[in-house]
Every structure is written in C-alpha cells, then in structure tokens.
Ligand binder design. Sequence first.
Ligand code: NAD
Ligand code: NA
Length: 400
Amino acid sequence: MIIKPIVKGVVARNAHPTGCKQAIINQINYVKAEKPIVNGAKKVLILGASSGFGLASRISLAFGGASADTIGVSFERGPSEKGIGTAGWYNNIFFREEAEKQGLIAKNFVGDAFSPQTREQVIDYIKSEFGGKLDLVIYSLATGVRPDPVTGELWRSSIKTIGEPVTGPTINIETDTMEQMTVGTATDEEIDATEKVMGGDDWASWIEILSEADVLDKGCKTLAYSYIGAKSTYPIYHQGTLGRAKTHLHATGDMLNNKLAKIGGTAHVSVCKALVTKASVYIPAFSPYILALYKVMKEKGLHEGCIEQMQRLFAQRVYGDKSAIPVDNQRLIRIDDWELDAGVQSEVDKLIAKIAPDNFALVGDYQGYKTDFMQLNGFELPGVDYQARVDFDSLCQLQP
Ligand code: NAD
Ligand code: NA
C-alpha cells in the first residue's frame, strides 16, 4: 500500500514507517557529528522513550558519545486491522535495530508505565539481563490520564488557566487555519488532577520502586523535563494548570535529590525549549508563540529541535568535565537558555503582536511548524520515496 498522511485537527491518525526510520537515522547522524558526551551514562532507563524529548535522549545517550545501553518504556500501537500504528511504535523498532548494529542493548517495553506489571517486568529485566544496575533514569512521559494507584480511578489533566480565561489564536494543522479560542479557567479539582497526571508523583514512585529493588547504581542520576517559557506565555502555561504541575515536578526533583544523596546520586529537572511534539501541539493558544519563536531563532541561527537540545544537555550540562551540573537558583537545569535570551524574546513579542488568522503563515514560521509535525509522523522527510509501496504484512512481522 501507499501511505498518505491523515491528520485530524492537531492529531496524526497514521504514520509512515520508512519516514520514521529516516528520522531516527537523521538524528543518529546529527549526534555522531556533534561534541560528544564524555563520561556519560552506560545503563539507562527512559520512561517515555518513543518520541519527543525521551526519544532524543535515548538517541543522544546511545550514539552521541556515551554508547549507553537503554531500556525504553512507551505506550504505542502497532499495525492491526485498525491501521498502520503509531510513529512511536516504529521509532522503537528502528532505534533498536540501529543500536543493535552498534552492539548496544536497546530493550523496548510497550505498555502502560503507570501499571505495576510494567514496573515488575522492567525490574525483572534489569536484574536478569541488563547487568542489574542503572546509572541514569529519565522521566519523559507526556499524557492526559493517569490511574490513581490506590483506587484505579482515572485522573484527567486539563490544560486551563488559573484565574482569568485567555482568548487567543490556535493552529488547526488539518485545515491550515488559525482559529480564536478561549482557554477557560480550571476548577480546584482540575488543578489537582492535572498535578497528579503531569506533576512528580509518578516519577517519585518509579524511583522509589527501583530503589527498593536495589537496581540504582552508586551515583545514579535521574532527570525529568519541564517547561517554563517566556512571560508572554505565562497565562496559558506557567501560571496555568500545566505550570502548576511542573512546579510540583520541580519540588519532586528536590525531594528525590535528597533521597538519592544516600547513594551519591542526584535528581534534576531540565527546563527545555518549546518545540513541536505530539504533546505540545495540543496546548491551546500556544501555537502563535511557537511560530514566532521558530522564525526568530532560525533567523538568529539559534534554533534547535529535540535532538539538538538533548545532545547539548548531556554533552555540556549533565556529563563532561564539570564537578557539578550547572543549575539556576531554583536548582533547575536551563537548556531553554537560548529560547529565553532577551534579544530573542523582544523579537518574538513583536511578531506575536502581528500574528493574525490571515497572516500567520507569513509572519510566523508555519511552514517549519507543520513540517516538524509531519516529520514526527514520518512524513515529508527528504530522501524518502513516498510513492513506494509499503508491505503491510512485513510491518506486522516487526516486533518491538
Ligand atoms: P511526546 O508526546 O513526544 O512523548 C511522550 C512519551 O510518553 C511517548 O514516548 C509516549 O509513548 C509516552 N507515554 C505516554 N503515556 C504513557 C503511558 N501511560 N505509559 C508509557 N508511556 C507513555 O512528548 P514530549 O513533548 O517529548 O514530552 C516529554 C516531556 O518533555 C514532558 O514532561 C513535557 O512536558 C516536557 N517538555 C516538552 C516541551 C515541548 O515543547 N514539547 C518543552 C519542554 C518540556
Ligand atoms: Na518523550
């Protein structure tokens, strides 16, 4: 069959396996050519490994100098009568194939990271086949729901403001249009639920259970990813429900750092740049900011994608010759430093003021935004023959 992209609103309904493979290879080639990670981790568990920052972390640690063996946990769907499956499904498979060619271990667990069964399987695997110890645990889940570990009831996150509602334009990728929408204010219950889903609780429980199982090596590090962003986005993000959840994540980082001190380890949160991912295109009224940011950062030669961010994070902040990881006064790693550069932000503010439904593709970098989105799903990658037939039965043979 020939696979054409199907997009509904801001959600991709299919993926192109050949393009996903090309995207993995492009990222591998990028990190191989960059400043390498020195004294990096060798045994890594990545929760949320199949796309976005988690996948970029995995590629960077395996191919960007550390030659790490990795375990990746993700929630993805393979091919079935329902369709071709998700991009992350293929990313897992093609990453593993490339890593194995280099003699690296790349084990994939496709399942619910919140479930006790997944934790058990991962721990069994670490003990029986992965050498028994981890020296880095990355927490990069992005999801809208999490079951309460006690009752099994689902918490659902809400992307809302706290205080005043905000009205602003949002991109519809399916129709290439910009539509006004209002982001409503969250109730206390919605604020709490969002904190449960996207805050630090689950990160803490993973570290707890890994520590009890005695699979964290001396000096083991753990990292989670956060976003703060520029003042212009505070009402929607930093001061909204997601920002509240991230504040909880930051506090969890401090708590875990104290805990891991007993084994000479550390816990950090890295604040990353705003980028187009499966998760971020969902945030209402946020797209004008990304359009403006991409435009300005590309003009200034400062633009980075997930892979550039993660290679810089590991090579220049987390590992290397420094005696301690450089952090700000809240103990956060700031790999969003180029985004928040004052010169960048003053240009971004000027563009945002101009962006409107009839000019957003000219004023902002909509082309870059859309191409990133399509490429996340394996489409529009240079060099891929999209007219070539893809054999569904052979896709079904591929195993994580
Ligand atoms: P993403 O959607 O690309 O990746 C999310 C990952 O989580 C995928 O691997 C997915 O399979 C996995 N996942 C989701 N639910 C799961 C479950 N129940 N069990 C197992 N795996 C599950 O998202 P992303 O943008 O890379 O986000 C990762 C982190 O980075 C988040 O904490 C996010 O807030 C943060 N971050 C994102 C941005 C941005 O602009 N995208 C900026 C800064 C920080
Ligand atoms: Na991720």
